[in-house]
Structure formats: structure tokens, C-alpha cells
Design a protein around this ligand. Structure first.
Ligand SMILES: Cc1cc2nc3c(=O)[nH]c(=O)nc-3n(C[C@H](O)[C@H](O)[C@H](O)COP(=O)(O)OP(=O)(O)OC[C@H]3O[C@@H](n4cnc5c(N)ncnc54)[C@H](O)[C@@H]3O)c2cc1C
Length: 409
């Protein structure tokens, strides 16, 4: 009987981080087993996740290289411009604003907005077409044992072995907890309400980040005359808003949305997400590495959570594929520490920046309001500063892994 493990890599969690990681590892010649607790049909159902993700330019390049965007035809809404402004409910925006226009840094858009449901469907199709990946779902990983290899025990008693385990099992990562990796973080006392709005006029690919005292109100253009809202409120207010009848909910929505896109109305279900910050102290242990929200759950204020996860994917895949090419043990701690060094600082820095922005803007204190409005107005006047922020939003700066540079792993 062969003593080889079932696959090179085991990924616990086949969500928006786990599936691209499987594709990236397989592109590098590694065999992969992905286990997810949920049925693939459930997670792509229209009722499961109403969110739309802002996927930065560099992340889109990676999804291209992994064969995901080939399944997204007609589902990607380019982000041409981003408008940032401050305001109050029913009073409209401050005259000082910040306008990011993609044409200032090149012909390509700043990224694309794609419904999570369609991203999941496209990732699943790309995974199905990859012979090196085995997806086991719905199955729950109950226990993982680390030694000369990794052995995962599933809820039906089946055992799966591998050289390395990636935990891509989300914010509450049971795999991280069981490995004794601690987290730091806090609750924002805010909830993100998500819904789709239909409007009369075209949005022209302009995303709006409108800062209101309860929290940011993001209007994200979708394909067609539709936009997705990420409407942040203090949790008690969010509960009250979510409990409103359809007409009263639409009135509250319009009081913030305004009429710049003509007549508008919410459509379809409402979703809500409690907002917290959660950062893992360590990303690696022998034969274990954390990826995506398992490593860092952040505030969605600038739509960066998944983008950070996709950067983790690109870096982790490159590190383990390079190690395998050199004949090294891909689960060895010194190999995995290269991934940790590459990603941890970037993730912590961006998470704290998002935290700071949320604190700066989610209040109605007069002098703070004046200072932040002036700040927006000043950055608007300085071309190099605007371009700096746009390049960062597009994810095209820093020490980028190959997959984020339009190359293969
Ligand atoms: C309101 C809101 C808006 C957002 N907007 C954006 C945006 O515009 N752009 C952006 O970049 N990011 C955005 N984000 C962040 C983004 O949605 C997350 O970062 C991303 O979904 C995390 O993906 P993940 O795969 O790491 O974790 P998850 O999506 O949590 O997936 C974890 C998976 O692990 C599985 N699992 C868990 N435990 C087990 C187990 N024991 N065994 C097997 N499987 C298991 C689960 O079933 C699940 O499928 C937003 C977040 C919120 C809340």
C-alpha cells in the first residue's frame, strides 16, 4: 500500500478564498482536496449571499489567469470612477468631495463589481474543469491532526490526508481555533445592510462612497440600471431599519441615496452582516497556513476584504509551488513563514487603515467633520495623491506575487 498522502494540499473551506487557492495550487502542478461544509448549490442560490464584491484590477487579472473570468461573461461591471463625499441623511453631500477617475492612471477600469453568487458559480465551474482538484461538499471538517502529514477527519468519519492544510474557513475559522492561534479585534457596533436598488438613469460605472454619521453608505454599480448598497448603521438603528415595511424601508433608503439616478427603489431581499475586526496573531504553524477571512476579517468600508484574501492566495500558492519545484517539504514551517512574512504586514496595515477611516467618518462631531471635508478637498486638488490612492485601490503596487502581475503561478 502506498504511503503517499491523498493530495499535496488540503483546503478547509471552499469559499471565495478557498476555491481560487485550489485553482492556483493546481495551476502549479499540486494536487488539491477542498472540503466545504455547505452544498455548492446552496451557496450559489440567489437567497444565500446578496453581496456584490468590488474586485480590484490586480485581483481581476489573477481571476483571469485562473480561468474564472472566462465564466463571468456579462456579469462584470467595470468601476470607472469612485466619488467620495461626506453628508447627513436628507441633507445631501458636502460640496467638498474626492473624485477618482480611472483615466488618470490608464485605460483599464479600477476594478469590477461582480455579484458574489456569480463569482461562486464561475469559481465552481473552473474547479470542475481542473482534474487536480477534488471538491468534497457538503462535508464538515471535524478534526485535523498535524504530524509527518496532515490528517483531517470529516463528519462522516472519512479521513483525508495531505502534506499541508490551508484554513480558508472564514472569520470564525474552527481550524484556526483548534490549532490554538489567537486573534485580536473588536466589534464595531455597526451592521452592514445589503440590498439591490433599481434606478431610472444609468450609473456610468461610478461607485459612490457616501459617509453618513451612522457609517459609510456605499453605492456600488451593478450590470444594468442597478446598484448594490452596503449601508452601514449602528446595530440598534440597523435592526430598526431592517424591521421596516417595504415602503418605509424604501423611504429611508431614498433619504440617503438621493435622486441623482432618477427614480429608484429597493428590489429583492435585504441582508445584514455584523461588522467586526478580527486579526490572527500568527498565520502559520507546521503544516498549517491561514488564508482570507480566517487570517483577517476587516470592515467592508472600502471593499478590500476579499482582495486581501486573493493576495494571500497568490502569495501562498507561489511560496508552496516554488518549494515543491525545489523538492522541499511544502508543509515545513520555514517554507510557510515566507508566506507569513509576505502577507501579514500588508494585511494588518490595510485593516488598521480601514478601521481608522471608519472611526474618522462614522460620527457627526463638528471639528472632525470640518477636518475630514477639508482633507477630501485637499487630496482632490493634488493629482499625485489621487493617483497614489487609485493605484492602491487597484492593488497594483507593492511586492506583488506573479499571479497578481498577469503571470501564471
Ligand atoms: C457587507 C460586506 C461587503 C463586502 N464587500 C466586499 C467587497 O466589495 N470587496 C471585497 O474585496 N471584499 C468584500 N467583503 C469581504 C468579503 O466578502 C470576505 O472577505 C470574503 O467573503 C471572505 O471569503 P473567505 O473564503 O475567506 O471566507 P468565507 O466566505 O467565510 O468562507 C469560508 C468557507 O469555509 C467553510 N467552512 C467553515 N468551517 C468549515 C469546516 N469546519 N469544514 C468545512 N468547511 C468549513 C464555509 O462553509 C465557507 O464556505 C465584504 C464583506 C461584507 C460583510
Amino acid at each position: 500500500m502506498s504511503n503517499a498522502p491523498d493530495s499535496d494540499v488540503l483546503i478547509v473551506g471552499g469559499g471565495l478564498s478557498g476555491l481560487p487557492l485550489a485553482l492556483a495550487c493546481a495551476q502549479g502542478g499540486l494536487s488539491v482536496t477542498v472540503i466545504d461544509a455547505l452544498d455548492p448549490a446552496t451557496v450559489t442560490d440567489a437567497a444565500f449571499d446578496g453581496r456584490v464584491s468590488a474586485i480590484a484590477l490586480a485581483s481581476c487579472r489573477m481571476l483571469d489567469s485562473l480561468g474564472v473570468t472566462a465564466h463571468l461573461e456579462g456579469q462584470m461591471q467595470p468601476i470607472n470612477d469612485i466619488m467620495v463625499s461626506d453628508g447627513r441623511v436628507r441633507e445631501g453631500a458636502s460640496p467638498l468631495f474626492l473624485h477618482f477617475d480611472h483615466k488618470e492612471i490608464g485605460a483599464e477600469p479600477l476594478g469590477n463589481l461582480i455579484e458574489n453568487r456569480h463569482v461562486r458559480i464561475a469559481m465552481q465551474k473552473a474547479v470542475e474543469a481542473e482534474p487536480l482538484i477534488r471538491l468534497i461538499a457538503p462535508r464538515f471538517v471535524k478534526h485535523v491532526e498535524y504530524g509527518a502529514r496532515v490528517t483531517a477527519t470529516l463528519d462522516n468519519g472519512e479521513e483525508v490526508t495531505a502534506r499541508l492544510c490551508f484554513a480558508a474557513d472564514g472569520r470564525n475559522s474552527p481550524t484556526r481555533e483548534a490549532a490554538g492561534i489567537r486573534t485580536v479585534g473588536w466589534d464595531y457596533g455597526q451592521t452592514g445592510i445589503v440590498c439591490t436598488v433599481e434606478h431610472e438613469l444609468p450609473h456610468e460605472g461610478v461607485a459612490q462612497e457616501y459617509f453618513l454619521p451612522g457609517g459609510p453608505f456605499a453605492i456600488l454599480p451593478m450590470v444594468g440600471n442597478r446598484s448594490s448598497l452596503v449601508w452601514t448603521e449602528k446595530t440598534a438603528d440597523a435592526k430598526a431599519i431592517l424591521a421596516l415595511g417595504d415602503e418605509a424601508f424604501a423611504d429611508e433608503m431614498r433619504a440617503r441615496f438621493g435622486d441623482y439616478l432618477g427614480a429608484c427603489a429597493p428590489t429583492g431581499p435585504r441582508w445584514s452582516y455584523p461588522l467586526t475586526l478580527q486579526l490572527a496573531r500568527d498565520y502559520v504553524r507546521p503544516r498549517l497556513a491561514l488564508i482570507g477571512d480566517a487570517a483577517h476579517g476587516i470592515h467592508p468600508i472600502a471593499g478590500q476584504g476579499l482582495n486581501l484574501g486573493l493576495r494571500d492566495v497568490a502569495a501562498a500558492a507561489e511560496v508552496v509551488v516554488d518549494a515543491a519545484r525545489l523538492g522541499l517539504d511544502i508543509g515545513a514551517l520555514d517554507v510557510l513563514e515566507r508566506y507569513q512574512r509576505w502577507r501579514r504586514f500588508d494585511n494588518v496595515a490595510l485593516s488598521l487603515l480601514m478601521d481608522g477611516l471608519n472611526r474618522l467618518f462614522s460620527n457627526d462631531i463638528g471639528p472632525v467633520r470640518l477636518a475630514r471635508d477639508l482633507g477630501l478637498g485637499i487630496v482632490q486638488q493634488i493629482g499625485p495623491a489621487r493617483r497614489f490612492f487609485m493605484r492602491h485601490a487597484g492593488g497594483v503596487v507593492g511586492d506583488l506575487p506573479r499571479l497578481l502581475k498577469d503571470e501564471t503561478v
